[in-house]
Design a protein around this ligand. Sequence first.
Ligand code: DOR
Length: 427
Amino acid sequence: MSILIKGGRIIDPSRNFDKVGNILIEKGTVKSYPEDIKKLEKASDVKVIEAGGKIVAPGLVDLHVHLREPGYEHKETIRTGCESAAAGGFTSIVCMPNTNPINDNASVTEYIMLKARTEGVVNVFPLGAITKGENGETLAQIGEMYEAGCVGVSDDGMPVMNSKVMRHAMEYVKAFGIPVISHSEDLNLSGNGVMNEGYTSTLLGLSGIPSASEDVMVSRDITLAELTGTHLHICHVSTVGSVRLIRAAKERGVRVTAEAAPHHFTLTDKAVAEYDTNAKMKPPLRSETDREAVREGLRDGTIDIIATDHAPHSEDEKMVEFDQAPFGIVGLETALPLSLKLVEDGVLTINEMIAKLTHLPSAIINVRKGTLNPGDQADIVIFDPGQKVKIDRESFRSKSRNTPFNGWDLKGVVLYTIVNGNIVYSV
Ligand code: DOR
């Protein structure tokens, strides 16, 4: 069955394409942009999707997802994580290695790839760990994981505290041309902190994580990237200091890219005020000055992309005292409407927003995704940017519901998600 997407506003920022038109999908690929569609509309083997007034874009690409399988299937499985991605308009996701066992060798990578192929509805690209068991001490089997399909390495969830180990990791991965993806946090500075260090943490009597715990490590990682020439990608930027450091590094030509998560450009630490454990994540929600700096970083290109840091945790795990709750919130099914808010607020144009969720993240991991050239695999999202939506966590496809955005009134509804020419989600 072929698919004709009719009359949508097609936006493909990878080639500055922004026109109302039609797309024909055949045998899993973007076949053409036909102008005369009379015959196609009547053909019995063509499914017609009316996209008038809607946006048709390359399927979204998320560089930061915790799929939790193997090991924590009560929070999320590869199947449910992929379904959640599809519902959010994502057609490709990159999964973090902090599973159990940790993805630090080729057999775990192969397990994830096989499960994703057989049970997942979107493309899954794994990241391997930097160090064995994310212990920060001994390099993981990076070469073998690369051969098995890993597109980068990261100890996300844990920083590599030992600078010499991080240097060796950067030197080693250079041979494979993949990025080192850094969770930049100084564990000595964050200590037993559970939220941003500042006025609100003092008011609530909660121990704080200072911005310096991020800034110090971003500075170190940039210094090591400069020393080794390796591509460094910095996860979940949350502070004014990190934005400044990354901006300056880019200006002098360091190979550094960075991401920001929707919760960091939307919320501040005030969201913790009711001891809401669904506002607890690492790095924590910061001050208004930090939030503004992250938004400015996105606007001026210092922060290249938007990534969700989708971190599912079960209700039982989150329904505890704030101190005891695990860090992390789900994000795949709220990312698009929260990113569209940046457009409404004049921070990004719609084209810039789509770029930060499609071809720019793909370029960081060197995969050919996030474009709609004729001949490309047909990974497509169709959404209505103006349609109102009330976030309802009970409707999530994810196994977990840990979001601080429940009940929020936003705009932006995913109507269809298409992967490899197959409709994997529709409203
Ligand atoms: O909040 C977070 N949760 N930050 C991380 O870096 C890890 C993640 C998780 O795995 O739950």
